[in-house]
Design a binder for this molecule. Structure first.
Ligand code: ARG
Length: 561
């Protein structure tokens, strides 16, 4: 009902709302909503008129046996169990939830694209979570999906690493600290570079440049350092991605595309898209797209920039993959950059749908109750530390019950990820361990537990999803109605990559199940054979949908919790 309403309201008035649906006394109907009254001001019509327009659409949908309007604009609906059973029976399959909306089309999804110079931090948690959800949603809606980890592995970091390593570190320390030592060296060297610049000196800066030039020229020592440092950093990135249970098909980073930048820029010049300045730098004017600043694609010294590698990436994909769509899972702070990049692509005549999947930052709650961007005393919060902490919290949550390490990890990840998906991705999220691991309300543990509970009953009494002819399914009405909504939720979530729609749905399904258990015995007590079979059949479907929907968010169902 919630999903139907929000779609209808979108169609009729082009508004994005999440309508509340209540359960009135049985004589009025199964569900009621006062959404027409709430919308009156925004829509500029009287509530009764709005209610009529919405009611007409609800009737059209065929999902309800009775739609009536009461008072100034309350909408009451009744659902019929037999109609629900029929519809669900028609639509059900082993892949229920999947659709073919994107059939025949290819999408490239880019995530989590961390930078190699520093250890994996929470800064790349959302790019991974949201990118993975995008991948799952596109795949579920029939797209051919190709995923790529666009590593930040190009540019000054190598020079800084080598210079810093010689000055501030040594083999033993690197052996011991791995990527964390590299991160420390990087930060310390950056600081030294800044101090030196303030003194008007450039000894270290020159050394950094020297190493970069040596590397470009194939100098043995520089290449050996590069391989050594990159291996350490990449192994670390993979360890973290494995823990986050995300992976990609390709890992073509900036360094792979940088050498292709020269040709890409030449193409821009040839096609009159870019112009060269007097100092040799090359820019793409974007006035006709409403930007008063051009995009810089080559520095005066000929060096490639972030935009150059991205341009080369776009061209490479046009040649090798010819995707219909490319999704970049990158935070809101790069919105301006991507809008310029996409404008440049348009100017070049590229028609592929380039889509910046952006999201807010992660905030933390300070002790005095204020919010700020998540950080630790040492600066950024390290991803591995956050995961360790989450696992410790998950262990606390399950107490002394006998839960496997594997399940603990699923609970820890589920809690973190679900938090990421509760609200519209464009908002900042608040990271607060208490709510993340809350056992009630919108939390990972709450929805995972709902799924585990269903599975536990099924494991004990048996699965089987056929409908039973002799049973009326009246007690299951609300659950069936919720199940019937699912495919449209997936499609709606995939359209603008809005995984919160799936998260909200999962939460609603979990609540619906809790209401259901309260009044209906499933397999024990005064239950006939037909009733038991029918109810276990519904639960089997619920189990499928829980697993399918959670997987869209990259969350697994624990075997026990
Ligand atoms: N490595 C970049 C960062 O962490 C993100 C890369 C995003 N992808 C891209 N094609 N520019 O900020």
């Amino acid at each position: 009902m919630e999903t139907n309403l929000s779609q209808i309201i979108h169609e009729l008035y082009n508004l994005e709302v999440q309508p509340q649906v209540s359960r009135p006394a049985p004589e009025f109907g199964d569900y009621a909503t006062n959404i027409a009254l709430q919308l009156a001001k925004q829509v500029g019509k009287n509530p009764r008129e709005i209610a009529e327009e919405i009611a007409a659409k609800l009737k059209e949908s065929g999902a309800y046996s009775d739609v009536t309007i009461a008072g100034p604009g309350f909408i009451n609906v009744r659902i019929s169990a037999s109609a629900l059973v029929k519809s669900l029976n028609d639509e059900w399959s082993d892949t229920y939830g999947n659709s073919t909306e994107g059939a025949g089309k290819t999408v490239v999804v880019e995530y989590p694209s961390p930078n190699m110079a520093k250890p994996y931090s929470v800064g790349h948690l959302r790019p991974g979570n949201q990118g993975w959800a995008a991948r799952q949603l596109m795949e579920a809606t029939g797209w051919k999906v190709i995923t790529d980890n666009h590593l930040g592995d190009y540019g000054a970091p190598l020079g800084i690493w080598i210079t810093g390593f010689k000055k501030f570190s040594n083999d033993a320390a690197l052996e011991e600290g791995g990527v964390y030592e590299l991160g420390r060296v990087y930060i310390e060297t950056k600081r030294a570079l800044k101090e030196e610049a303030e003194r008007g000196e450039a000894t270290l800066a020159d050394e950094v440049q020297d190493w970069l030039l040596k590397y470009e020229a194939g100098d043995k020592e520089a290449v050996a350092y590069s391989e050594r440092f990159n291996t350490i950093s990449l192994d670390h990135i993979h360890t973290v991605m494995n823990r986050l249970k995300i992976s990609t098909d390709y890992e073509l980073g900036e360094a792979f595309f940088a050498p292709k930048g020269k040709d890409a820029v030449k193409k821009l010049l040839n096609e009159g898209v870019a112009v060269q300045n007097g100092d040799g730098s090359i820019i793409v004017p974007l006035d006709e797209f409403g930007f008063d600043v051009p995009l810089l694609v080559q520095k005066s010294n000929g060096a490639a920039l972030y935009a150059t590698t991205d341009l080369a990436t776009i061209l490479y994909r046009e040649e090798t993959i010819k995707p219909d769509k490319v999704i970049y899972s990158v935070g809101a702070e790069q919105q301006f950059y991507f809008s310029q990049l996409f404008a440049m692509a348009k100017k070049l005549g590229i028609t592929t749908d380039l889509y910046h999947l952006w999201f807010g930052v992660i905030d933390q709650l300070n002790e005095d109750g204020t919010r700020e961007k998540m950080s630790s005393r040492k600066g950024v919060v390290l991803m591995e530390e956050l995961l360790d902490q989450a696992e410790a919290k998950a262990r606390e949550t399950v107490g002394d019950r006998d839960i496997s390490e594997d399940d603990i990890k699923k609970i820890a990840l589920g809690a973190i990820k679900f938090t990421d998906f509760i609200s519209d991705r464009r908002t900042n999220i608040l990271f607060d361990w208490k709510t993340i691991f809350a056992l009630t309300g919108m939390s990972g543990p709450y929805v995972q537990y709902a799924a585990v509970r269903v599975n536990k009953i099924l494991d004990e009494y048996g699965r089987g999803d056929a409908f039973v002819d002799t049973y009326d399914y009246v007690a299951e009405k609300d659950v069936l109605a919720k199940l019937l909504e699912y495919p449209s939720v997936v499609n709606a979530a995939a359209r603008d990559i809005e995984p919160h729609k799936v998260a909200n749905y999962i939460y609603e399904l979990a609540r619906e199940m809790n209401r259901y258990y309260e009044k209906t015995p499933i397999a024990t007590g005064e239950v006939s054979d037909d009733e038991r079979r029918a109810r276990l059949g519904v639960l089997t479907k619920v189990s499928h949908v829980f697993t399918h929907a959670l997987a869209l968010l990259g969350i697994e169902v624990p075997t026990k919790m």
